[in-house]
Design a protein around this ligand. Structure first.
Ligand code: UDX
Length: 426
């Protein structure tokens, strides 16, 4: 099949590469000239393990092309897969302007039957709006099918996720595109979920909202564990053994960040409110997540008062390990709080040199703790879990290690004469 993927971001590039692997002829387009130039020279605009090799291989095989000719490509290809950004606006709603631009291009150039697949995460009702827009522009419904096909890709594991999906969700208005859709991803053993356009949109939001709920639940439980001097790790383990609950997304810590969970939660809440639906559970999930930052600052100031003037090293600045993505990173929110409290902040991250005012970034993990009063672990990279604690102890001025991901071996650290702090660690 000949597919035009619109948008060369995380989702667009991963999907374009995978579709090429599945044997389709893929053209990935983006309005960003520099991005396309880089891709054509084999340079990746994002970090995603394995993606660069795949893109190089399938570009060389002429199965995957990159272009700036957005309008021409959209006109020429029979299947259009929309993977443009849908960022948050200040009121929490989604900015759909990129989607609208693409819809206008399709509407003004369509001259033969097309399947238009929305991969971008969009609020409930968006795909119905696209359908309606086409109809209002006089485009006959035998000329197009709209499909809502959300993705469930985790950054850092996007290729694994796209080649091993636990389900494929397709929202459609008619049965007409189903045979083509079944052949799109070539995952024979993967269950399909066929639903309405809005049903597919809500599956995506429900999925991310539920994952976020699990994390906020874990964080609240860990606070309760703190109060009762119980080890949350035992609770986590026991919960995970119940198949009705499942073991994932129950780690307590600084909370969730990234380009999806915070944005999708706000957007779902906003969509519900426009229909006068109260979202008490979602509100609590968001509030608990925000309060995690305060909790850790408080934990630090309980043992290091006053905080002003103290040198604090933060290990890990991205929103999770295995990525270079800083979007909605809880670590950055924590660093901002520390700066506001008058701390001098040093950082180290295996992937990113944080360029921010009032922050001193280090390229060497151990140098970053020289003379620091405290060390905070903000993401659970192996570099931190398996680090040389005698070396850390020898370089630090103070002795506080605040494990904001509950990922370290507390006993090992205490044995070095350091003060190990976490949340819900008994
Ligand atoms: C997420 C969804 O998992 C994915 O299906 C969707 O398509 C996009 O959003 P991603 O943003 O890449 O993927 O990150 P994910 O691995 O889900 O982690 C999200 C955040 O939750 C991270 O900040 C992570 O540190 C945090 N987290 C995760 C916890 O705090 N505790 C956990 O137990 C798990």
């Amino acid at each position: 099949m000949r597919i035009c993927v619109v948008g060369a971001g995380y989702v667009g590039l991963t999907t374009a590469a995978a579709l090429a692997v599945f044997g389709h002829e893929v053209q990935c387009v983006d309005i960003n000239q520099a991005k396309i130039d880089d891709l054509n020279q084999g340079k990746m605009p994002i970090y995603e393990p394995g993606l660069d090799d795949l893109i190089t291989e399938y570009s060389q095989k002429s199965k995957l092309h990159f272009s700036n000719n957005v309008v021409e490509s959209i006109r020429d290809y029979p299947i259009i897969l929309i993977a443009v950004g849908t960022p948050s606006q200040s009121d929490g709603s989604c900015n759909l302007s990129y989607i609208k631009q693409i819809v206008e291009i399709i509407a003004s150039t369509i001259n033969s039957y097309k399947i238009i697949i929305t991969k971008s995460t969009v609020p409930p009702g968006t795909n119905e709006w696209i359908q309606q827009t086409f109809m209002e522009m006089g485009i006959k419904d035998d000329l197009f099918d709209i499909v809502s096909n959300p993705e469930f890709l985790r950054e850092g594991r996007a290729l694994w996720d796209i080649f091993h999906p636990n389900k494929l969700v397709f929202g459609t208005k008619t049965d007409r595109p189903l045979e083509v859709l079944k052949q799109l991803y070539l995952n024979e053993d993967t269950p399909f979920i066929f639903t309405s356009l809005t049903g597919a949109e809500l599956i995506k939001y429900a999925s991310n909202a539920f994952l976020a709920t699990k994390i906020s639940f874990a964080n609240e439980m860990a606070r309760i564990c703190d109060a009762f001097e119980v080890d949350y790790a035992d609770i986590n383990k026991a919960l995970g053994m119940d198949p009705r609950i499942g073991p994932d997304f129950l780690n307590a810590g600084l909370g969730f960040g990234g380009s999806c969970l915070p944005k999708d939660l706000s957007s779902l809440k906003h969509s519900a409110l426009t229909h006068k639906i109260e979202t008490k559970l979602l509100d609590a999930v968001i509030e608990i997540n925000h309060k995690q930052i305060e909790l850790y600052v408080q934990k630090l100031s309980d043992v290091l008062s006053p905080l002003a003037g103290r040198q604090i090293t933060v290990w890990g600045v991205t929103f999770k390990p295995g990525t270079d993505d800083l979007r909605f990173s809880p670590s950055i929110a924590l660093i901002q709080q520390l700066i506001q409290r008058g701390c001098i902040v040093h950082t180290f991250d295996p992937m990113v040199k944080l360029e921010a005012s009032d922050v001193i970034p280090y390229m060497d993990q151990y140098e970053s703790v020289d003379n620091s009063d405290a060390l905070i672990i903000a993401t659970e990279w192996d570099h931190f879990i398996n680090c040389d604690w005698p070396e850390v102890q020898g370089r630090m001025k103070g002795s506080i290690v605040l494990d904001a991901r509950n990922c370290l071996d507390g006993e090992l650290i205490r044995n070095q004469g350091l003060l190990y702090l976490g949340v819900g660690i008994g």
